[in-house]
Design a protein around this ligand. Structure first.
Ligand SMILES: [Mg+2]
Length: 305
């Protein structure tokens, strides 16, 4: 695996998060499209939020343990929540409700296998936004083994079947991209694999617009980029398939508005993996860049040796 693929993919998450923060607190009708990373309600330009923090916590855990250990991943998430580990300002912020409740469960000593929530309203994008490192970790594993890991990592916070499936689709798409398929073929193959794997799962009906195979042809007004995991996944795939490079794709994603930092992060992971051209001037804006650099470099060296 090419180091640059891992590097750009993880930086894509962080850059998408930084780029999307401004629009995330502005109603779509009042939004002025961004063309660069700007100051936001959360802090100066270069601030990154929960999406990047949890992605970095997962990557750092995989590197430290030289592989996957659900208890260690959960410990790192709790350290983020309680101590501001892997944050630009020393404290965790922009935390979703489901994630907060799951972190409180972990604090009480509930196992990471039981800490996540699985109600209908627990289908936010809080686990989808942190999945990208698993694409690289599971690259050479059989699909079923990869899905066990993806389900467990999501379930630390988000355990509803629909969101587990959203994470699974993201993983499948990432794995085909990593195999070197063109993005349209990777999308098509991920749809086929997903339908084959989950044809008996009634949650599959929520993926109709993705599995139709022509989501890229929808017009912008038909794409919602809310924090609902299905909406965020649709927005990410739509932006990714319609752009020609990271800059174009990630700007399109965050300018859909709504949960723009998470949609930016989810999209940035795919765009970075595929195009490997996350703009350097975005990366250079990052607050605490040496910290992010270290986590990404160590993960990259662990995965792509
Ligand atoms: Mg966020």
């Amino acid at each position: 695996m090419d180091k640059s693929t891992v590097y750009n993919s993880l930086w894509g998450v962080v850059a998408g998060d930084m780029l999307g923060l401004k629009n995330s607190t502005i109603p779509k009708k009042d939004m002025i499209p961004v063309t660069d990373i700007e100051d936001s309600h959360f802090g100066p330009a270069g601030t990154w939020s929960d999406d990047s923090s949890m992605t970095l916590c997962l990557a750092e855990s995989l590197t430290t343990r030289r592989g996957y250990d659900v208890n260690h991943v959960a410990e790192r998430f709790l350290k983020w929540y309680e101590q501001g580990y892997m944050t630009p300002i020393g404290t965790a912020f922009d935390i979703g409700n489901t994630t907060r409740k799951a972190m409180e469960n972990l604090k009480k000593g509930i196992s990471p296998y039981q800490s996540g929530l699985n109600g209908e309203f627990d289908n936010g994008n809080g686990s989808l936004m942190r999945m990208i490192a698993l694409v690289f970790l599971t690259d050479s594993m059989p699909l079923q083994n990869a899905l066990v890991i993806s389900n467990e990592v999501s379930s630390i916070t988000h355990a509803h079947k629909r969101t587990l499936l959203a994470c699974a689709f993201y993983l499948m798409l990432g794995r085909y991209l990593l195999k070197g398929e063109t993005k349209m073929l990777a999308y098509k193959k991920a749809c086929e694999e997903f339908m084959k794997t989950y044809h008996n799962n009634h949650e599959i009906s929520h993926f109709e617009r993705i599995l139709d195979g022509s989501i890229s042809q929808l017009v912008e007004d038909q794409i919602s980029s809310s924090g609902y995991s299905i909406h965020s996944l649709e927005a990410a795939i739509w932006s990714f398939l319609n752009g020609r490079n990271c800059e174009e794709i990630m700007l399109a994603a965050v300018n859909l508005g709504e949960d723009s930092d998470s949609v930016g992060a989810i999209t940035g992971g795919l765009a970075g993996l595929y195009y490997r051209d996350v703009p350097r001037h975005w990366i250079d804006r990052t607050i605490k860049k040496p910290l992010v650099d270290k986590v990404i470099d160590n993960f990259m060296n662990f995965i792509a040796h």
